[in-house]
Design a binder for this molecule. Structure first.
Ligand SMILES: [Zn+2]
Length: 434
């Protein structure tokens, strides 16, 4: 199959991919709380329906975050080819994070300047979504014989774990065989990089318990905050140095994340924090705290682990440290509750989706791809764990470092290049091109 005309057609869609990126960015799908998901899903669905896709809107009723005020509406569009073959699915999340300070462009304006489109979500990841739409539309316009099927989804809540988006759809079979065979997630990993997977994650809440007493006589109680300080100290002095020694063979980017890491996400001890202030005369206003010894202190841990570690060992390591404190510290009492965990994923380098994308990168850019892994998880975790589909990568335009930053942008040339690469990869994977 000669694909020169297809690549030329995509090149000619430069203005169209920019316009679609702008249209998507101008719908402020901020998460939390999950604004305007319905509008964004409908805009995408209506466009694809006009081009012959069968479109479904799937609301994650009753799933985390879903309400009538903030419906978790996902869109899945499928174009069935003319003969038997495999299905390639392009999955993009439509939610974006809050704007934050420091912008010099309008966050939801989609301004074009110096070959870039600016705005919240341009890079992460509405530019990638637009590129995948243009790639599929160009294939159809070209009138090539298409076996198998093309799918495009716009899903919600990736930024908050994806449980009402890809996680929900995966439960319903949208990311499993025989419906789907290959998945490309156009996250902003860079136009010449293939992201094979991600490190593992273990979120847990540790609680230390003490005994309440009057704060003026702390010796009559037992402070849960003091116990938690001892645990925090042990983490800092024992566990963190140990984790920094554990290196992975996976090509995690940035390289600083090629070790195990731990972040103390939050600590809350004693009373709920009081919001008191002083008035003009120096008198306290608002709620004042009452003197008590804290009987409970809670810490949320965010532990990221590498492919060489097991989830069981990661959990045991935390428990072992807490048990050590139980032995050495009078009155130490604790509980651990898991919040969420996912094991590391890594798609093999010789998997069909990797090979097809690598070949397309070499054709369009004239260079070999770089293979990377992500420090944090993204929706691939649900596709692998729930969908049991392992032929999945993240590949898309944009510079990852710009995600969630002020003046986020995506390069227009990258939009065009990645659309060409996605189109070629899709043709190979459906079986249109061998
Ligand atoms: Zn993203």
């Amino acid at each position: 199959m000669n694909t020169d005309a297809l690549l030329k057609r995509i090149e000619a869609k430069r203005d169209e991919v920019v316009a679609l990126t702008q249209d998507l960015v101008r719908i402020p799908t901020i998460n939390p709380p999950g604004d305007a998901y319905e509008a964004c899903a409908r805009m995408l669905g209506e466009r694809l329906e006009k081009r012959g896709f069968a479109v479904e809107y799937i609301r994650a009723k009753g799933a985390p975050g879903d309400s009538d005020a903030y419906p978790r509406t996902n869109v899945v569009a499928r174009y069935q080819g003319q003969s038997a073959g495999e299905c390639v699915h392009f999955n993009s999340h439509i939610d974006v994070v809050e704007v934050g300070p420091g912008w010099t462009t309008a966050p939801f304006g989609g301004e074009v300047k110096d070959g870039k489109v600016y705005g919240r979500g341009t890079c992460d990841m509405k530019g990638g979504l637009a590129a995948s739409v243009i790639a599929c539309e160009a294939i159809l316009e070209e009138g090539l014989h298409l076996p198998g099927a093309l799918e495009i989804s716009g899903t919600v809540d990736e930024e908050s774990g994806g449980f009402s988006g890809v996680g929900y759809l995966a439960e319903l079979g949208y990311f499993s065989k025989p419906r789907v065979h290959h998945v490309i997630i156009p996250e902003p990993l860079g136009v010449d990089r293939i992201c094979l997977g991600h490190r593992g994650v273990y979120w847990a809440e540790v609680e230390t318990r003490g005994r309440i007493a009057h704060g003026s006589m702390p010796f009559l109680g037992d402070s849960a905050i003091s116990h938690m300080s001892a645990f925090a100290h042990l983490l800092e002095t024992t566990l963190l140095p140990r984790l920094a020694q554990r290196r992975t063979a996976e090509p995690v980017e940035p390289p600083g994340a090629r070790v195990s890491t731990l972040n103390i996400n939050s600590i809350h001890g004693g009373q709920v924090e009081q919001r008191f202030a002083m008035d003009a005369a120096g008198r306290p206003t608002g709620d004042l705290p009452a003197p008590v010894v804290a009987h409970s202190c809670r810490m949320v841990l965010d532990r990221r682990f590498i492919a060489e570690e097991s989830l069981e060992s990661v959990k045991q390591e935390i428990v072992d440290m807490l048990d050590e404190l139980t032995r050495t510290r009078p009155g130490f009492d604790y509980g651990v509750r898991e919040i969420m965990s996912f094991v590391p994923t890594a798609t093999p380098r010789d998997a069909p989706v990797v090979l097809a994308t690598a070949t397309a990168i070499a054709r369009v850019l004239g260079r070999e791809p770089q293979y990377i892994a992500s420090p944090g998880t993204y929706d691939q975790k649900h596709i692998v764990r729930t969908g049991k589909l392992h032929d999945c990568i993240a590949y898309g335009p944009g510079i990852l470092d710009l995600a969630h930053q002020p003046d986020e942008y995506v390069g227009i040339q990258e939009l065009v290049d990645s659309a060409q690469i996605m189109a070629l990869a899709a043709l190979t994977l459906t079986g249109a091109r061998r």
